[in-house]
Design a protein around this ligand. Structure first.
Ligand SMILES: *[C@@H]1O[C@H](CO)[C@@H](O)[C@H](O)[C@H]1NC(C)=O
Ligand SMILES: *[C@@H]1O[C@H](CO)[C@@H](O)[C@H](O)[C@H]1NC(C)=O
Ligand SMILES: *[C@@H]1O[C@H](CO)[C@@H](O)[C@H](O)[C@H]1NC(C)=O
Ligand SMILES: *[C@@H]1O[C@H](CO)[C@@H](O)[C@H](O)[C@H]1NC(C)=O
Ligand SMILES: *[C@@H]1O[C@H](CO)[C@@H](O)[C@H](O)[C@H]1NC(C)=O
Ligand SMILES: *[C@@H]1O[C@H](CO)[C@@H](O)[C@H](O)[C@H]1NC(C)=O
Ligand SMILES: *[C@@H]1O[C@H](CO)[C@@H](O)[C@H](O)[C@H]1NC(C)=O
Ligand SMILES: *[C@@H]1O[C@H](CO)[C@@H](O)[C@H](O)[C@H]1NC(C)=O
Ligand SMILES: *[C@@H]1O[C@H](CO)[C@@H](O)[C@H](O)[C@H]1NC(C)=O
Length: 434
């Protein structure tokens, strides 16, 4: 029996790829599937299909299939099905740009075949030509900005271009009699991105509109291809929510409230899912305090000291539960933060001084105003009590003779008489006393 099995094993390991012939049958023995084809089922499902092995035994055949990740980590137990195919929607734990390995086993009642591994990349081309470090950010409800670096190998006249599509389910179309579609044939179905940015004449980024609610939990596939078939396409796959970057909050108010607490208020985000706000308080000595709150439009920083200038800014992100993928293989551990809001500065004034200002300032003001008014009225009184009277002695004594002679006075007052307020007051008070 071992002698029979050896050549089959050898054959299979030699052609471990797209196809693997195994026409040999032996009653009582189960053989693995053969002639595997690999490609796509619709725009978001991987699809392997094989020819059922000829079984001489009288039993119902089933297949156990699962995708192995490389390096080979533990995966959930395989799916059992009586149909000779396996289809699986895109998942973040499946690296679409690497070789994919399907593990298949045929079972018939209580008998099992040997396990077969089929390894193949989803897209063709030299992987060193694939673009690198591709990332996309969804500026929420506006546009998606994807950027990348050219591949390790950049053929002359390379013209990277991006196509993308969105979908929102984890279900695969029915298979029927379909055959797997080569990934390349799907590219025409994607929307071409129009707005590229270039570096040294090579496209390294593209921006496309995406105005959808976060509640849709859309999946995004964005593929960067080069002008020619030699250049291996790079498939970027994620959930739109996981790359959503919200708009920075706008601080509307900042003040010191009792108990040495600083209060910041901002315009609440109109995002339909739960968000976190993070506020940062920076003191003039560079010391920083960070506070995070769930939802809401304000936060407080306690223990504010006087005579220090505080700088405050706020940012926002989605709660982790807004992500589509919650399995342990998820690509991003945290959701993106928005930019920081504009910074606002405030200086705390010591409580005692606030009390001084609040209580004594009006008193001082009152006194000042009263004094001014008093002075004004006194000036008017002054004019009434001591009006300007010509000095009769001056007028009469020196020029009396002259006056008698010529009947004409020569009056030239030398100096205006001044009635001092203090004098006036004493005269007034003395008159009152009398
Ligand atoms: C196969 O088994 C079924 C019952 O399990 C039986 O009805 C049928 O006749 C068998 N066929 C052959 C060829 O042995
Ligand atoms: C994928 O597998 C092929 C052989 O099947 C191998 O030549 C190639 O280097 C592998 N690619 C990667 C990225 O591992
Ligand atoms: C498997 O099937 C064979 C024959 O049908 C039987 O003899 C054997 O006991 C079965 N083994 C188990 C584990 O069911
Ligand atoms: C590109 O990604 C690799 C790993 O995927 C990383 O080591 C490298 O620092 C990244 N380069 C840039 C410029 O981000
Ligand atoms: C897109 O991202 C790149 C890299 O982060 C950045 O330089 C560019 O300004 C962004 N474009 C837009 C429109 O956000
Ligand atoms: C590069 O590709 C874009 C989109 O596919 C196309 O519009 C443009 O004309 C191409 N540029 C060159 C230089 O081939
Ligand atoms: C391309 O993107 C820039 C921002 O990066 C934007 O200002 C411009 O309007 C866009 N052009 C088109 C045609 O969408
Ligand atoms: C002020 O703070 C103290 C402790 O820090 C607390 O016990 C008290 O309730 C606070 N008072 C007000 C008005 O918030
Ligand atoms: C805050 O939002 C309201 C409406 O949501 C808007 O009218 C107001 O202008 C915003 N304030 C600032 C400072 O952005």
């Amino acid at each position: 029996m071992d002698v029979h099995r050896l050549p089959t094993l050898l054959l299979c390991s030699l052609c471990a790829g797209w196809t693997c012939g195994s026409a040999y049958t032996d009653p009582g023995e189960l053989y693995p599937s053969s002639s595997i084809k690999f490609g796509m089922n619709g725009l978001s499902c991987l699809f392997w299909k094989w020819t059922p092995p000829s079984i001489s035994a009288n039993c119902s055949v089933q297949y156990t299939a699962e995708i192995l990740k490389e390096p080979r980590t533990e995966m959930p137990a395989g799916v059992r099905d009586k149909y000779p195919y396996f289809t699986k929607y895109f998942e973040p734990r499946i690296d679409l740009n690497n070789n994919l390995t399907l593990k298949v086993q045929t079972t018939c009642e209580n008998r099992t075949s040997e396990v077969k591994l089929f390894t193949s990349p989803l897209t063709t081309g030299n992987s060193r030509t694939m673009v690198r470090n591709m990332t996309c950010i969804w500026h929420y409800n506006e546009y998606v900005n994807c950027t990348w670096r050219p591949g390790e190998v950049v053929p002359p006249n390379v013209n990277y271009s991006l196509r993308y599509w969105f979908y929102n389910s984890n279900e695969c179309p029915s298979v029927g009699n379909k055959q797997p579609t080569p990934f390349h044939d799907l590219l025409d179905k994607g929307e071409p991105c129009q707005n590229y940015t270039y570096q040294s004449g090579i496209p390294v980024g593209c921006v496309f509109k995406f105005e959808q609610s976060l509640k849709e939990y859309k999946r995004l596939v964005a593929v960067v291809t080069g002008g020619s078939q030699d250049i291996k396409p790079y498939i970027y796959f994620t959930c739109a929510n996981n790359i959503a970057k919200l708009k920075a909050p706008v601080i509307t108010d900042i003040k010191i409230i009792p108990n040495n607490t600083l209060l910041v208020r901002w315009n609440e985000s109109d995002v339909p899912l739960t968000v976190n706000y993070q506020g940062q308080l920076e003191m003039s000595d560079g010391h920083k305090v960070i506070v995070t709150v769930l939802q809401g439009g304000s936060m407080e920083f306690p223990d504010i000291s006087p005579d220090i200038t505080y700088t405050v800014k706020v940012r926002v992100n989605l709660m982790k539960k807004a992500m589509c993928f919650l399995d342990p293989y998820e690509q991003r551990k945290d959701l993106l933060w928005s930019d920081w809001s504009e910074e606002k500065k405030i200086m705390a004034i010591e409580d005692k001084r606030i009390r001084f200002l609040v209580i004594f300032l009006p008193v001082v003001l009152f006194i000042t105003v009263t004094t001014v008014l008093l002075l004004f009225y006194m000036r008017r009184l002054l004019f009434r009590i001591c009006p300007r009277i010509p000095d009769p002695s001056k007028v009469l004594s020196s020029d009396f003779q002259h006056w008698l002679k010529y009947g004409k006075a020569v009056y030239e007052p030398k100096k205006e008489e001044v009635c001092v307020v203090s004098l006036l007051e004493t005269s007034l008070s003395s008159s009152q006393v009398e």
